[in-house]
Design a protein around this ligand. Structure first.
Ligand code: PGA
Length: 248
């Protein structure tokens, strides 16, 4: 049985004072949650949020990390910096980073390997655009994102990898993949993991769904066999919306 894993990607929202206040309210409200809970604030909010959720079960993650140890990489943040403030989880390959900042599967793979080698847990995002889906390229796109993104990762390291399937056309648009469509993409991804890492790894693999998840649709999505949680954007920004998702 895979434990549900609900994550909130705050993207570029909330200033540190708002983030800390919300995080402490969330930590109190979600203290009896049956699911694993993660929140990913912006870098500048991380120290305040780590402090705000101290002693709770909430995992605090970064939204990105650099693929080098340290050095002349202006504007970047390293794994060591994150770990030093108590953050050991990172979202990688989000479609907004792929779309707006040109991140390729090969580049994402470098970060995946570096983060895992440095003892981080990662949440690797994959998913197709509408054009790719309508052009019949769904499977090829997912296969490339998984096979290249996880190239060189060991079976043991897969225990530190969560996958988030986020169809790009469903992110922030109010459109959700039907539970059946989402489940079949998840099943396909699980098959890719089985081929690459073996059946035992695939059976344990947590695959979150992301894309306009909200209190009104979370239950039927989570009821699907291959959906093991959610990566929530917009609806993770308020307690009114995120708490019912956590309590799904
Ligand atoms: P959304 O974003 O829930 O606002 O659609 C999901 C995500 O991008 O992680």
């Amino acid at each position: 049985m895979r434990q549900l894993y609900i994550a909130g990607n705050w993207k570029m929202n909330l200033v540190p004072s708002q983030a800390a206040k919300y995080a402490s309210e969330l930590a109190a409200a979600a203290k009896d949650a049956k699911v694993k809970v993660m929140i990913a604030p912006t870098y500048v909010c991380l120290p305040a949020v780590v402090e705000a959720v101290k002693g709770s079960n909430i995992i605090v993650a970064a939204q990105n990390v650099n693929d080098h140890e340290k050095g002349a990489y202006t504007g970047e943040i390293s794994c060591d910096m994150l770990k030093d403030i108590g953050v050991k989880t990172v979202i990688l390959g989000h479609s907004e980073r792929r779309q707006y900042y040109g991140e390729t599967n090969e580049f994402i793979n470098k970060k995946v390997l570096f983060a895992l080698q440095n003892g981080m847990d990662i949440d690797l995002c994959v998913g197709e655009t509408l054009e790719e889906r309508e052009g019949g390229r769904l499977e090829q796109v997912l296969a490339d994102q998984i096979n290249i993104g996880l190239d060189g990762v060991t079976e043991e390291q897969m225990a530190h990898v969560t996958i988030a399937y986020e169809p790009v056309w469903a992110i922030g648009t109010g459109k959700t993949a039907t539970p059946a469509d989402a489940n079949s993409a998840h099943e396909y991804i699980r098959g890719l993991i089985a081929k690459k890492f073996g059946k035992a790894v695939a059976e344990k693999q947590i695959i979150q769904y992301g894309g306009s998840v909200k209190p009104s649709n979370v239950k039927e999505l989570m009821a699907c066999e291959h959906i093991d949680g959610a990566l929530v954007g917009g609806a993770s920004l308020t307690l009114e919306q995120f708490l019912p998702i956590i309590n799904c």
